[in-house]
Design a protein around this ligand. Structure first.
Ligand code: HEC
Ligand code: HEC
Length: 339
């Protein structure tokens, strides 16, 4: 009797150990730099290699769009810092969306998603493009129907989340993968955080002074380390906004034309600019800030005419280009796996 209890407990311990070693084998640690704050990862979606691999396949999966012609990566191209180079993105049926595809970098630190901040988690965000009739135009049910026929997805789903592929799995795997998009290796990072004094040229130093000056106040909203404070502002792009911005979620007139401050990391690689892609180049953006924008009752008080010289505008541009992280856009672990 005693022996068999002993045996059973040994077996239980062995099984438990095996369970654990599988889990340990899969656990994945996001490569977060020491100079960023500690991120929070949802308890029910801790990273494992299988979850990330599944998310990586789904991100490039064209079956996720009604017409099987477009994946997440159609609008979020890795080599363009996950943008698409278009003013406004075109969806599965060729219809023009209303916003510019934003860069997807350092999503681990983003407190809410979309230009008006209407989506609270990265997991939930995936539902928006999938189901939007102007974007991928898929119902979750149809997406699952298509994917569950594919053995690779079924197997990966079991390994990753211990259940058949469904909406629970799809949105979590996409989020687990997108959290690997960490960009912290620009020349700015080398200079500021890693103290490589020779990382900057004289021009870039001068541009940095303007960026961090009280007068230009760029850093008040585009604050370090993410070059955004994740707050919402009207910067006076228009007297009348076609897109109401944050007002769409709060229904307050005082939020009309307010958009989430975009990160400036990799900004050189993500034209065109602004929520509607209305500015083609960084020179145009700098000229916009130089003139102080249009009048609007909600416009932030810091957006004022700057009267910069041609040289000063050049310095600011040079500084903005130090935020480019070439390793980020060449990172092969972001690229599609063979299907
Ligand atoms: C048709 C082009 C298109 C497709 C396809 C697309 N996106 Fe997007 N994505 C956009 C646009 C445009 C926005 C900005 C939306 C907004 O602010 O309202 C966006 C926003 C996002 C954001 C929020 C970023 C932020 O700064 O708040 C994430 C994350 C994202 N997309 C991930 C995905 C994922 C995952 C998929 C696939 C399931 C996907 N996208 C498919 C165009 C697209
Ligand atoms: C009051 C806050 C605030 C200040 C100050 C500010 N910005 Fe912005 N910036 C924003 C917001 C908000 C947007 C997005 C506006 C939109 O899309 O309607 C933006 C957009 C941008 C963009 C385009 C980003 C993209 O991905 O489309 C660039 C580049 C930029 N700002 C650079 C600067 C520079 C340089 C300065 C200093 C001269 C500056 N900003 C000052 C809040 C600010």
């Amino acid at each position: 009797m005693r022996v068999s209890i002993f045996l059973i407990s040994i077996i239980i311990v062995l099984i438990a150990c095996q369970e654990q070693s599988v889990m340990e084998d899969q656990a994945y640690k996001y490569r977060t730099p020491s100079f960023f704050p500690k991120p929070t990862i949802p308890q029910d979606n801790q990273a494992t290699t299988a979850r990330i691999e599944l998310g990586r396949r789904l991100f490039f999966e064209k079956k996720l769009s009604r017409t099987e012609s477009m994946s997440c990566a159609t609008c979020h191209v890795p080599s363009m810092a996950f943008t698409d180079g278009k003013a406004r993105s075109t969806g599965a049926h060729g219809k023009l969306g209303k916003r510019n595809a934003p860069t997807l970098a350092n999503l681990l630190w983003m407190p809410y998603f979309m230009a008006e901040g209407g989506v609270p988690t990265l997991e939930l965000q995936a539902l928006a493009p999938l189901q939007d009739s102007i974007e991928m135009d898929m119902s979750m049910r149809d997406a699952i129907h298509r994917l569950e026929k594919i053995e690779k997805y079924q197997n990966l789903s079991q390994t990753a989340y211990n259940r058949p592929i469904d909406s629970y799995v799809i949105i979590r795997a996409l989020a687990a993968y997108q959290r690997t998009f960490i960009s912290a290796d620009s020349r700015f990072d080398k200079w500021y955080y890693q103290q490589e004094t020779k990382a900057f040229t004289a021009e870039e130093e001068l541009g940095k002074k303007i960026f961090f000056s009280e007068k230009a106040a760029c850093m008040k909203c585009h604050s370090i380390p993410q070059f955004t404070d994740y707050q919402f502002y009207n910067i006076g792009l228009y007297e009348n906004y076609a897109d109401a911005g944050k007002e769409l979620v709060t229904y307050k007139k005082s939020d009309n034309g307010k958009f989430k401050t975009p990160t400036l990391r990799n900004i050189e690689l993500t034209p065109p600019y602004m929520h509607d892609g209305s500015m083609r180049t960084l020179e145009e953006v700098i000229e916009f800030y130089n003139t102080g924008g249009k009048n609007h009752p909600n416009k932030d008080f810091r957006i004022q005419p700057m009267n910069w010289t041609k040289e000063e505008k050049g310095y600011l541009l040079a500084f903005l280009k130090t935020l480019t992280d070439w390793n980020f856009v060449q990172n092969h672990t972001f690229l599609p796996l063979e299907q």
